[in-house]
Design a protein around this ligand. Structure first.
Ligand SMILES: Cc1cc2nc3c(=O)[nH]c(=O)nc-3n(C[C@H](O)[C@H](O)[C@H](O)COP(=O)(O)OP(=O)(O)OC[C@H]3O[C@@H](n4cnc5c(N)ncnc54)[C@H](O)[C@@H]3O)c2cc1C
Length: 402
């Protein structure tokens, strides 16, 4: 994985521009963040807020179409079956996304609400509802009749019930990440970085671009940068997302009439969005697809996937069963073994951090992850959260976090 001439020159001029030095002088930043996805962008933002000189580096740019953080929308919800780590992180991140939307004057967070439904005996759902009740966050529970009355455009089965997180909703993904970078006043350096290379008391990413601390927030590319350490521990899987178009004049699938929804289905999760910003009714299956390479995987939806999506629509949203597929995206999850994030030092290198393992649920947590990683960079003695540690990342996929 070498430097490109374009990347090196861009690095030098961006570094020089940020530092105010002549283009030939080397720039040594306090920290360089490699990866301008949601984790890297919020990490760079937080470090910048703390007064550090920060370089943000990405092989393709911020929030691009191949990144796990690219595309239209992501669910932001606070329910996590009462998980003591992720529910508070999501709650705190919700406030940060809201503040970013206000500062940037852009719709990044759409507070549509998030409707969960499942068979009534589901333990995860019961724990989520209990957490919402103690947290004081606005929510409302529904039995099957209540669900059917509130959302007649969906079919709810015998024995199902649900609840609505009223303050949650959807984040606009690519635009959201680009807004974080803009809000930080950063311009990503286009450069494909390799593993850390020491140069005196700093690390050199390219001639003229060095930093005292490095944060590798490379999402599904982490195992390509650190193959010996992370291959098999961070596993990129293909995920298809479908956008269907309702009939002209049919407003039942717009945010005024339908929230973001999650059909928990005993962990075989399907989730979707109302027609946000004219992009159609979007939904996806959360189950992990085949292993892929994020640089080269096909971004065309598979005929099997589209057929399966139509079968689901016929059962759950029958008015859309024959609706045209107006748009589709193929992305990838970057799964850790159980779905917990990776936030830990590179073994033997205290000033190099590995950040990733968003595992299909990371986007919403960008602000909280950025805060935690920045705290580690600023306070090298801060202990690593055991669930985020490298040691906790097994080589066998056994998903536990939803
Ligand atoms: C289809 C889909 C639906 C999802 N739905 C949700 C949801 O509803 N809610 C939710 O919270 N989360 C969701 N997620 C998960 C979430 O989007 C991801 O966990 C999160 O975006 C990962 O962000 P990241 O910054 O770790 O990785 P990325 O966004 O992939 O960013 C990594 C960046 O690193 C750069 N990079 C990699 N290697 C190098 C290198 N060597 N040099 C320079 N740059 C490099 C890449 O170009 C990329 O920009 C979903 C994910 C997908 C794919």
């Amino acid at each position: 994985m070498g430097w490109t001439r374009r990347g090196t020159m861009a690095a030098m001029s961006a570094a020089a521009a940020t530092s105010g030095r002549a283009a030939t002088a080397p720039a040594i930043f306090d920290a360089a963040v490699i990866g301008a996805g949601v984790f890297g962008a919020w990490t760079a933002w937080t470090l910048k807020q703390a007064g550090l000189r920060v370089a943000l580096v990405d092989a393709y740019g911020a929030g691009h179409a191949r990144a796990s953080s690219g595309g239209e929308s992501r669910v932001i919800r606070v329910s996590y079956g009462g998980d003591p780590l992720y529910s508070p992180m999501a709650r705190d991140s919700l406030a940060a996304w809201d503040a970013l939307s206000a500062r940037q004057g852009l719709p990044i967070l759409h507070r549509t609400g998030v409707l969960w439904f499942s068979p009534s005996d589901d333990e995860y759902m019961k724990k989520s509802l209990a957490w919402l009740e103690t947290s004081g966050l606005p929510h409302k529970a529904f039995d099957r009749a209540g669900l059917a009355a509130a959302w007649p455009q969906a079919v709810f089965r015998e024995g199902e019930s649900g609840f609505l997180e009223q303050a949650s909703g959807a984040l606009i993904a690519g635009r959201g990440v680009q807004s974080v970078v803009r809000d930080a006043g950063l311009q990503p350096v286009i450069l494909q970085a390799g593993p850390p290379r020491r140069a005196g008391d700093a690390y050199e990413l390219a001639p003229g671009l060095s930093a005292h601390s490095l944060v590798y927030a490379c999402g599904p590319w982490l195992p390509k940068v650190f193959p010996d350490l992370l291959a098999g521990r961070i596993v990129p899987t293909r995920q298809e997302v479908y956008h269907f178009g309702a009939a002209p004049g049919d407003d039942r699938f717009t945010p005024a009439h339908l929230p973001v929804w999650a059909d928990f289905n005993n962990g075989d999760l399907v989730y979707g969005f109302p027609d946000l910003e004219g992009q159609g009714f979007k939904f996806a299956f959360d189950a992990h697809g085949p292993l892929v390479d994020p640089d080269t995987q096909s971004r065309q939806p598979s005929p099997d996937g589209v057929a399966r999506a139509r079968t689901y629509l016929a059962r759950r949203f029958p008015a859309l069963a024959e609706a045209p597929l107006i748009h589709a995206r193929v992305c990838q999850y970057e799964n850790s073994s159980n779905g917990d994030f990776l936030i830990d030092r590179l073994p033997g290198d205290d000033r190099v951090w590995l950040v990733g393992g968003g595992s299909g649920h990371g986007f919403k947590h960008g602000p909280a992850v950025g805060r935690l990683v920045a705290d580690h960079v600023l306070d090298p003695g801060k202990p690593v959260e055991p669930r985020f540690s490298l040691a906790a990342k097994a080589a066998t996929q056994k998903r536990e976090i939803y």
